[in-house]
Design a binder for this molecule. Structure first.
Ligand SMILES: Nc1nc2c(c(=O)[nH]1)N[C@H]1C(S)=C(S)[C@@H](COP(=O)(O)O)O[C@H]1N2
Ligand SMILES: [Mo]
Length: 428
């Protein structure tokens, strides 16, 4: 049997593989992945997890929560933008990630698997890098696209996975960036984009063993390979971005589960969880419904008609879900949260509030809002949207709407507001 030198790496014979191609794809990820990290960490901060246990899906975060800050209500569209970018870029980077993995596949299967201690460490960091990357993209995609199928909650998996992935990416960049910058200068991108398949030559042999020792005839040019990745990303953009961007792209958002308007009329915007799915019916939200407002030792109970007789205000705000879909600005009308706080004696400074739904169970039935969110004059307990009463699926008779908050904070079918508290568990 003939022993192959490392650079021949057995079955991997594509003449396109080489440090240049890997580095070009790496540079795209080097720009894209930090954007995913930053927008992801912002999304985590937007949940205000340090405010209340009900907001905190990762209570064991320890030092990883050090950067948290009180999420602002201005500008009202910021979360829609950052989370739209997070999900859209994440989906668009999938072809780049897969192409990059394809380009280094001889390394992933290199034999012998461990040559020295240094080699073992390098392989371990690659395992965390590849495993972490695949894990983050898979959990993210599944959360957005499907009924979630991973065991356990999405949030801790994606959150802790992100830190592992970040560590591996930083190590990888520190180790590889100088070589990648050198490799990228070995071919001229613009010339490659003009080179057809017949004139495609392998890159010069490399120490890393990406370039095959016995290259096969090219079946595709580098232009073709990069074009395929680019077209893949562009196609994914076309079938998903509409869920966040809106406008005419909304009609092409074929892959976005909540992307397209499910109906017409004022309540014809996406529904994350229907009343039926939340096991909320007319029994809980009909004539017998009362809103309980508590705080400062006072308790006030209001019927829907009494709520309607309080000063009504309007604000145009979107719903922007962590899953990346968002509505355009909807015109909500109802009672300001800070006016409701005043009903129980919080006149000067708005306090935090604990919001509870009539929904009997589920992790989104309660949420805590921070004082800045309560105090914002655009924050409402909404009774109407687009000039019509809320539909049952959108939270009839009353739901919270807050500027620049993740959709999950806009609790539907509200039953009780406790001002000056962020966790009613201990007090109920
Ligand atoms: N009671 C209750 N309120 C809820 C939810 C829920 O599951 N239960 N889902 C939240 C989430 S995750 C989002 S994105 C928004 C979506 O609002 P919509 O269904 O009216 O579009 O409602 C929020 N309010
Ligand atoms: Mo959501």
């Amino acid at each position: 049997m003939r022993v192959l030198p490392p650079s021949s790496a057995g079955p991997w014979r594509s003449p396109l593989r080489g440090p240049w191609l890997t580095s070009v794809l790496g540079m795209v990820l080097l720009v894209g992945i930090p954007v995913l990290f930053v927008t992801g960490l912002l999304s985590y901060a937007a949940y205000n997890p340090d405010l209340s246990p009900v907001n905190d899906k990762t209570p064991d975060k320890g030092l990883l929560g050090l950067y948290l800050f009180s999420w602002p209500t201005h500008p009202y569209w910021l979360y829609r933008l950052t989370q739209g970018i997070h999900v859209t870029f994440g989906i668009m980077l999938v072809p780049v990630l897969l192409a990059k993995l394809w380009s280094v596949v001889p390394k992933l299967f290199a034999l012998p698997p461990l040559r020295s201690v240094g080699h073992a460490l390098e392989r371990l960091s690659l395992l965390l890098l590849v495993g972490g990357g695949l894990f983050e993209f898979t959990t993210g995609l599944l959360n957005v696209q499907l009924d979630y199928v991973f065991p356990g909650s999405f949030y801790p998996l994606h959150f802790y996975g992100a830190w592992v992935f970040l560590g591996a990416v930083l190590a990888h960049v520190a180790l590889r960036l100088p070589a990648a910058l050198r490799a990228i200068r070995t071919l001229d991108l613009r010339a490659e984009l003009r080179t057809p398949t017949v004139r495609t030559r392998p890159e010069p042999a490399d120490a890393g063993g990406l370039v095959p020792g016995r290259p096969a005839e090219p079946t595709m040019s580098r232009r073709g390979a990069l074009g395929m990745v680019g077209l893949g990303s562009a196609a994914l953009f076309l079938v998903t971005a509409g869920q966040s961007v809106g406008g005419p792209l909304r009609r092409t958002a074929l892959l976005a589960p909540h992307g397209r308007a499910p109906g017409s009329g004022p309540n014809g915007f996406p529904v994350n969880k229907t009343a039926a799915a939340a096991r909320v019916g007319l029994r809980d939200t009909g004539a017998g419904w009362r809103l309980t407002v508590r705080g400062n030792g006072h308790t006030v109970r209001l019927t829907l008609d009494e709520l309607r007789r309080l000063p009504q205000h309007g604000s145009s705000l979107p719903i922007a879900c962590v899953e990346g879909w968002s509505t355009g600005d909807q015109y909500w009308e109802g009672v300001r949260l800070r006016d409701l706080a005043a009903l129980v004696g919080h006149h000067a400074d708005a306090p935090d509030v604990f919001v509870e739904s009539v929904q009997p169970a589920g992790s989104f039935r309660a949420v805590a809002l921070r004082a800045n969110q309560v105090g914002d004059p655009r924050s409402l307990l909404a009774l109407r949207v687009g000039g019509a009463d809320l539909s049952l699926d959108h939270g009839r008779p009353a739901r919270v709407i807050v500027p620049n908050a993740p959709g999950v904070m806009n609790t539907k079918w509200v039953r009780r507001l406790t001002f000056g508290s962020t966790d009613v568990g201990e007090r109920t």
